[in-house]
Ligand binder design. Structure first.
Ligand SMILES: NC(=O)c1ccc[n+]([C@@H]2O[C@H](COP(=O)([O-])OP(=O)(O)OC[C@H]3O[C@@H](n4cnc5c(N)ncnc54)[C@H](O)[C@@H]3O)[C@@H](O)[C@H]2O)c1
Length: 317
């Protein structure tokens, strides 16, 4: 999810130990990548993979979306180059040219996956749509091709079930904005092979990220801790224990978080948080951490979704 504070992620990443002692079957050297979904996450993943020398085919449903995404990637690269090559702008231009040269676009995923080492899916957060996509790609992809989903809240096992390659299927959870955020959660299902897992750890490092590993539990590491924290802040406010302003101040000044929970909720989008919480509640009705929140439900119903609609817990107009 987008909404992890940078500090939070840094502390998570620095304590990681994703590489286990297990013996390695011959790993796959991932060079050719297909990214499905050219939205916020897909564009970011494409950028970092292409910038680190991988060839990337970016897929979406229309030429217009792809063109917009490509433009966004180029603009983002320009910002990176400006910082990275401040003294040598010519090298920056070369970096942008080379990176963009590694990216191609298509609306037809089935026609490209036969020559890819890794498919990373970053489409809409809907199990049925993801299942349909992977079921189709499974028929066209090369035997060795690894499938990965960037889902934030769905179980990887449920997505992998639509394919015949559960051993070559895992979660690869990047954080938003991808070019900035160093963490990747690599999710191993009970069916994911050690070879697939280790190939994905290597790939994560090759794109400049710090991988951590996690079992296929709701929310993996970061969101599993972050969502209950945010919901607990709402419950505290609902009970009248403290004002939302004071809760935000307390977590910033007392815990050193760059944003308070209500600021973060509004930044993420209240609909997104509710969607994740509802999904987990359905999975585990008795878990007290996953119980729905009335106030969150009411704000979403009133289309007060946070910053993006101009009002959530706070007003932004
Ligand atoms: N936004 C975040 O902060 C964030 C962070 C981590 C993970 N994720 C996960 O990443 C995934 C994508 O999120 P996003 O925020 O980038 O979404 P987005 O809405 O920005 O982009 C999704 C893209 O997928 C395309 N798409 C939908 N169905 C498709 C299909 N069948 N084939 C090809 N393209 C298709 C859409 O046209 C759209 O361009 C979700 O699973 C989400 O849970 C999101």
């Amino acid at each position: 999810m987008a909404f992890v504070t940078r500090q939070f992620v840094r502390s998570m990443a620095s304590s990681s130990s994703a590489t286990g002692p297990a013996a390695t079957a011959k790993k796959i050297l991932i060079k050719h990548v297909t990214v499905i979904g050219a939205g916020l996450m897909g564009a970011g993943i494409t950028q970092v993979a292409a910038a680190t020398g991988h060839t990337v085919v970016l897929v979406d449903q229309s030429e217009e979306i792809l063109a917009k995404s490509k433009k966004g990637i180029e603009e983002s690269l320009r910002r990176v180059a400006k910082k990275k090559f401040a003294e040598k702008p010519q090298d920056g231009d070369e970096f942008i040219k080379k990176t963009m040269g590694n990216i191609s676009l298509t609306t037809d995923a089935a026609s490209v996956v036969h020559s890819t080492d890794l498919v990373i899916e970053a489409i809409v957060e809907n199990l049925k749509v993801k299942n349909e996509l992977f079921q189709t790609l499974d028929k066209f992809a090369a035997e060795h091709t690894i499938f990965a989903s960037n889902t934030s809240s769905l179980q990887i096992t449920n997505i992998a079930n639509s394919t015949t390659r559960q051993d070559r299927f895992a979660g690869l959870h990047f954080f938003n904005p991808v070019p900035m955020m160093k963490l990747v959660e690599v999710i191993k299902t009970p069916m994911t092979s050690q070879k697939t897992f280790e190939s994905l750890l290597d790939f994560s490092k090759a794109v400049g990220k710090s991988p951590v590993s996690c079992k296929d539990n709701p929310g993996f590491i970061v969101n599993r801790l972050l969502i209950p924290y945010l919901i607990e802040a709402i419950r505290m406010y609902e009970r009248g224990d403290a004002s939302k302003e004071d809760i935000d101040i307390a977590m910033k000044l007392g815990a050193g978080y760059p944003m308070g929970p209500f600021e973060l909720l509004d930044y993420v989008g209240l609909d997104t948080t509710k969607f994740i919480l509802d999904g987990w509640h359905k999975m585990d009705m008795k878990n007290p951490l996953f119980q729905p929140s009335q106030i969150l439900g009411k704000l979403v119903e009133d289309n007060k979704l946070g910053k993006k609609t101009g009002e959530g817990f706070y007003k932004y107009k």
